[in-house]
Design a protein around this ligand. Structure first.
Ligand code: PMT
Length: 399
């Protein structure tokens, strides 16, 4: 499917002076071949009349969750299912806060929870509001959840201030939505990403695990998805929502992860090993809970297969990006792993301190045969996006 043509786009409009620009946005989306339905918050209707959107789209605008006519047939769920993409423009500070909290106190916020489609927001607000830590925290939460943030632009504002907070122009929003579906850095490429820890059973209630939260791997899944890739995530046990539009196979153990990867590896162009896979598993996991009968207990461990190394040495295998988690001598150990595992690219991180495992931030030393690049400490989502730019530059050069 090229661009937004033939897509069902649900345009959410929230209360802000930029709402008037969304009429033009609706018109441009229709012109690009999309089917458009508009949902407005109550505040948005104070800025632009629903009739204006109705006249442009040819469909009644919805703004109430308690619309007897539509809700007789659970209209909001149908609308949520109908949407291929949701774009909320303008997205006010209030609406971003409600979204970040997962509130469902009006029709539009309810649709954000009820729809499995991808969601993009085009924030618009006063520049001081935009820079307020509360707004920035909500923004990070939404990005972590896979919401795509378009803009804001910087410049003169309706209130007279100058700075970041202007809604992107409708043409730029349409261009961004077109890029997401057809022209991203990895448009059309199938990518398999492992993420999270593995849990290796000792008995039915105990396991050997590690501190991986899955945040880095899930951030990569979102970044690839935004760049147009078809993403399959093979995830160990984590408590993160699967990013919208990403397929996910949940596993517990290294052996299950190995199986899920090799059932799908023939279909992918890129493999990313971000999971913290246990190197060893208990040789004889007990079927009943182990009783504390003696002062000592020895658990015999056996090696797990090295998923990344096996993928990297496949004859017609995918491009492989591995990770290395190190507590010392990052550069030397990473270089050794790049060679030993024969991966195309390796992203090494220092773990054991404040960043890396189970943190929102990380830093990476990225190595490949002819080069290296250091990505300094930053939010894992931004880091994933920077890593993808390096990968896009190298990917395909050796073929
Ligand atoms: O999940 P987060 O809390 O966000 O933390 C992110 C992270 C620190 C887990 C991540 O950035 C990371 O470093 N992942 C790799 C962790 C790891 O297992 O590193 P390693 O150096 O032990 O393994 C090297 C590579 O071999 C990794 O790509 C790993 O996925 C792979 N491997 C390891 C063992 C094994 N049996 N099979 C594998 O595929």
């Amino acid at each position: 499917m090229a661009g937004v043509a033939n897509q069902n786009i649900l345009l959410g409009v929230t209360g802000g002076i930029a709402a008037y620009k969304s009429v033009e946005l609706a018109r441009l989306l229709l012109k690009a071949g999309a089917r458009v339905r508009v949902v407005m918050t109550e505040a948005a209707t104070r800025f632009v009349s629903p009739l204006t959107f109705q006249a442009v789209t040819g469909h009644p605008v919805r703004s109430s969750l308690f619309d007897e006519e539509h809700e007789a047939a659970m209209g909001h769920i149908e609308l949520a299912r109908w949407a291929d993409q949701m774009v909320i423009a303008p997205a006010s500070a209030d609406f971003m806060a409600r979204m970040a909290l997962g509130l469902a106190n009006d029709l539009l916020s309810t649709l954000c929870l009820a729809s499995a489609s991808s969601i993009a927001i085009a924030p618009a607000m006063n520049q001081r509001m935009w820079q307020h830590p509360a707004v920035q925290r909500n923004l990070s939460r939404l990005e972590e959840r896979g919401v795509r943030v378009l803009g804001p632009a910087s410049g003169e504002q309706a209130c007279g201030d100058t700075g970041p907070g202007r809604m992107l122009e409708p043409t730029a929003i349409v261009a961004a939505l077109e890029t997401a579906s057809s022209e991203g850095l990895f448009a059309g490429e199938k990518v398999l990403i492992t993420a999270g820890p593995t849990h290796e059973a000792i008995d039915p209630v105990r396991f050997i695990g590690n501190r991986s939260s899955g945040k880095m791997g899930y951030a990569l899944a979102r970044a690839f998805q935004h760049e147009g890739a078809d993403v399959l995530l093979v995830s160990g046990p984590v408590s993160l929502p699967v990013p919208p539009g990403v397929n996910c196979i949940n596993v517990q153990t290294a052996l299950q992860m190995h199986e899920a990867v090799f059932e799908n590896i023939d279909t992918v162009a890129i493999f990313v090993g971000c999971a913290a896979v246990a190197d060893y598993r208990p040789e004889n996991p007990q079927h009943q809970k182990i009783k504390k009968l003696s002062d000592r207990m020895d658990i015999s461990l056996v090696r797990n297969p090295d998923i990344l190394a096996e993928v990297a040495t496949l004859e017609e295998g995918p491009y492989t990006l591995g990770f290395a988690a190190e507590t010392q001598n990052l550069a030397e150990n990473a270089q050794a792993k790049l060679l030993a595992k024969q991966v195309d690219m390796l992203a090494a991180n220092s773990v054991g301190g404040d960043v890396g495992f189970d943190s929102d931030e990380n830093a990476l030393l990225v190595l490949w045969s002819e080069g290296e690049k250091h990505l300094p400490v930053q939010n894992k989502q931004q880091l994933a996006e920077s890593l993808l730019r390096i990968l896009a530059d190298q990917y395909g050069r050796d073929e």
